[in-house]
Ligand binder design. Structure first.
Ligand code: SAH
Length: 470
């Protein structure tokens, strides 16, 4: 398989030795003047009047993409920057990825061989099957609630949900009295269409009622009600299992560089030397997003994702209130990495500022930040490596069952897929699993369903501890 994984550790020179040094050197001139527009925004006028305050650098990339391709998104961003001044990296990511008219995610299918990147559920059915078992295991461990919602954030093509639902059907005897519903949080019209086809085998029309927060509604092949929303806030509250696979890495990040004058945010501006070209610049003064940087931060370059914090807080409140769990899988780090913002197009690295709207943009997830955002409300587990999690979930046993049932070419395929998921140099160590659970799930206070038990039993959380055969 020659697919490029978004989670791959990059060996490009500028990622090992980030380019911020030269920005920093130039930024040192003129740092004494702080300029702010109304409502805290850095204003365009300031950039024009004292251009030396904005110091910039163009990044090089692994491959030279369609040189200076003036995409509709680039045109839109150039107008925007001319009108209101340089934009934060977070604003750039949000516009490029999810702008309702021109956003990268909104109108295309970017997953798979013909797309820009491939993900674990697209590689092997075993991945989704083991996650399906994880949810059933948590449902059983917490008292077999009479109903649960499975809520997926950023469901891609619906492949992962499809594999999970197949497990739910196969374990129908265990789940037979449980009222299950599926809730998809997806901003992409194109992908939600594909998800509906995968899961219901139907093209579902968009809801016409403008007041409704559900924009599509149907029934899965196995007869489970399924609904689509644009925002997690719109999903009904209730006992739920939340799933986010390669979702948090596409949320917008703010980037900061430490300078002798303190933290300065990285912005995106128009290159004054070349028309229709963007470049990174460093803000001349403190910007509002600086509040997200930890006081005791020791790195000299950081990426922070406030949107991820908001979503984690919402998930935590919901889980604390109504029970359930969240399983988050992504590539990332535990508060150690610095510059991870990168682009992918056609399974290759892509300069993040070139031909915006034609390539995926992503940044590693900072799990230490997610953990902090959940603190107080719920307990968290992980991050642990994908290789460890899948092993603990019994991937070897499942592989053996499939190998025993397969002929030679299919066996080779299964082994290659396993290698892709588990090999530390491929996805095994780059991807992490992280879970949010109600405090009582880990600390042994009895669940409301189990109050009749004299001594509450706390079963280990599957995947996060070694698999024990009984
Ligand atoms: N989970 C899938 C797809 C990952 S790609 C897989 O692993 O195969 C990221 C997904 O998140 C896409 O479905 C994209 O449309 C969706 N997405 C991106 N930004 C989003 C946002 N702000 N809200 C909801 N979905 C979003």
């Amino acid at each position: 398989m020659t697919y490029f994984l978004r989670g791959r550790v990059l060996s490009r020179k500028w990622l090992r030795s980030p380019p911020w040094g030269s920005i920093l050197r130039r930024a040192e001139y003129g740092m004494s003047v702080l300029v702010r527009g109304g409502s805290g925004r850095l204003c365009a006028a300031a950039r024009r009047v004292i251009p030396c305050l904005w110091s910039g650098k163009c990044l090089s990339s692994g491959r030279e993409p369609a040189e200076n391709q003036v995409t509709p998104m680039l045109r839109h961003l150039v107008y925007k920057i001319k009108a209101t001044g340089p934009i934060t990296v977070a604003e750039y990511m949000k516009e490029v990825l999810t702008n309702p008219a021109k956003g990268y995610y909104v109108h295309r299918d970017m997953l798979g061989e013909k797309g820009d990147f491939i993900t674990s559920p697209e590689i092997s059915q075993i991945f989704g099957e083991l996650l399906g078992i994880w949810f059933i295991s948590e449902w059983m461990a917490t008292g077999k609630n009479a109903a649960f919602q499975l809520v997926e954030l950023g469901p891609g093509k619906g492949t992962l949900a499809g594999d999970i639902l197949r497990v739910f059907s196969q374990l129908g005897s265990v789940l037979k009295n449980c009222d299950i519903s599926i809730h998809m949080v997806e901003v992409s019209e194109k992908l939600s269409e594909i998800q509906a086809l995968t899961l219901t085998e139907e093209k579902i029309p968009l809801e016409r009622n403008a007041g409704s927060s559900v924009y599509m509604k149907g029934v899965t092949k196995s007869g489970i009600p399924i609904s689509w929303y644009r925002d997690l806030h719109d999903v009904p509250k209730g006992y739920s299992f939340y799933l986010a696979h390669e979702f948090f890495d596409v949320l917008p990040v703010h980037k900061f560089q430490k300078t002798p004058q303190g933290w300065r945010e990285v912005f995106i501006d128009i290159d004054p030397q070349v028309s229709d070209k963007l470049r990174f610049v460093l803000a001349p003064c403190v910007t509002p997003a600086e509040v997200f940087i930890q006081r005791d931060e020791i790195r000299d370059h950081v990426e922070v994702c406030p949107e991820a914090g908001v979503i984690i807080q919402e998930l935590s409140q919901r889980i604390a209130l109504t029970g359930g769990a969240a399983l988050i899988a992504d590539y990332g780090h535990d508060g150690t990495k610095t510059d991870t913002f990168r682009g992918f197009c056609g399974h290759k690295l892509h300069d993040v500022l070139t031909a915006p709207g034609t390539a995926d943009l992503t940044a590693d997830v900072d799990f230490s930040y997610l953990r902090r955002m959940a603190e107080g409300q719920v307990a968290s587990l992980g991050p642990i490596k994908q290789q460890t999690f899948l092993k603990n979930m019994g991937i070897d046993v499942r592989l053996k069952v499939l190998l025993d049932k397969s002929d030679e070419p299919a066996r080779q395929q299964l082994l290659q897929e396993y290698d892709m998921l588990m090999n530390p140099k491929k996805m095994g160590e780059r991807f992490n699993f992280f879970a949010l659970l109600p405090h009582q799930r880990l600390h042994g206070r009895s669940h409301p369903m189990n109050t009749c038990q004299s001594k509450p039993s706390v079963s280990p959380v599957a995947g996060f501890g070694e698999l024990a055969w009984r």
